[in-house]
Design a binder for this molecule. Structure first.
Ligand SMILES: CC(C)(COP(=O)(O)OP(=O)(O)OC[C@H]1O[C@@H](n2cnc3c(N)ncnc32)[C@H](O)[C@@H]1OP(=O)(O)O)[C@@H](O)C(=O)NCCC(=O)NCCS
Length: 189
């Protein structure tokens, strides 16, 4: 794995994928305080803007500590963050990482996440040198499962009662994608 020395800004047709910044606080709060968007997230919805401030502060440490790569999905005209996507839980030895993502609700259904994830997966299996990506989705989270399957992720199994968020216990649909599968897919697309 080749963790980058400078944050890897990625560009797609409609988005700039960049590092988190202080001015992302309102956008993070928009998404992460929405109970619908957070229905299957690993933590309950935010209730106060101070939680978004803390979340942005935390996200700013991911790259310098090599804990993860968190890309804010920004629209180039106004630099507004419509969502974010991350690689984290790197295993250097096994060349793998987890992928996670979310969009504010008003940006759903327009293909933005697919566009961003294609760029991130290209980066993960290209310059970053990973061999396998993993994703953990609630089996009831159909849009998330579709987003993974659209990229070629294979549903490898169900991990029962893996999460407890508040009082709710939920299963995980566990997905994996291999670099060689991605290359084959890109070659034939
Ligand atoms: C998971 C999540 C990002 C998926 O959002 P999404 O809008 O469905 O995904 P995309 O941005 O890739 O858009 C794809 C959808 O847009 C449609 N679409 C419209 N215009 C499009 C375009 N120009 N290009 C591609 N797709 C387009 C696609 O048909 C697809 O809809 P479908 O799944 O009903 O067929 C979103 O539901 C979310 O943020 N949820 C809350 C957070 C969350 O649960 N994260 C996952 C935790 S595991």
């Amino acid at each position: 794995m080749n963790f980058p020395s400078a944050f890897p800004v990625l560009r797609t047709e409609r988005l700039v994928l960049r590092e988190v910044a202080d001015h992302d606080v309102p956008a993070v709060f928009e998404m992460e305080s929405d109970p619908v968007a957070m229905r299957y997230w690993s933590k309950p919805p935010m209730r106060d803007i101070s939680e978004a401030v803390a979340s942005v502060e935390r996200a700013k440490t991911f790259f310098p500590t090599q804990a993860g790569l968190r890309w804010c999905l920004a629209t180039p005209a106004d630099d507004w963050t419509i969502g974010h996507a991350s690689l984290f839980a790197f295993s250097e030895q096994s060349g793998r990482a987890d992928i996670g993502y979310g969009l504010a609700r008003r940006h759903w259904g327009q293909g933005y996440m697919h566009e961003a994830l294609v760029a991130i997966v290209d980066y993960a299996f290209g310059p970053l040198g990973l061999r396998r990506l993993e994703a953990d989705a609630d089996p009831r989270n159909a849009p998330s499962c579709r987003a993974l399957e659209r990229l070629g992720f294979v549903r490898e199994g169900t991990l029962r009662e893996r999460w407890q968020v508040g009082d709710e216990i939920s299963d995980t649909a566990f997905y994996g994608l291999l670099a060689r599968e991605w290359r084959e897919r890109r070659r034939s697309s």
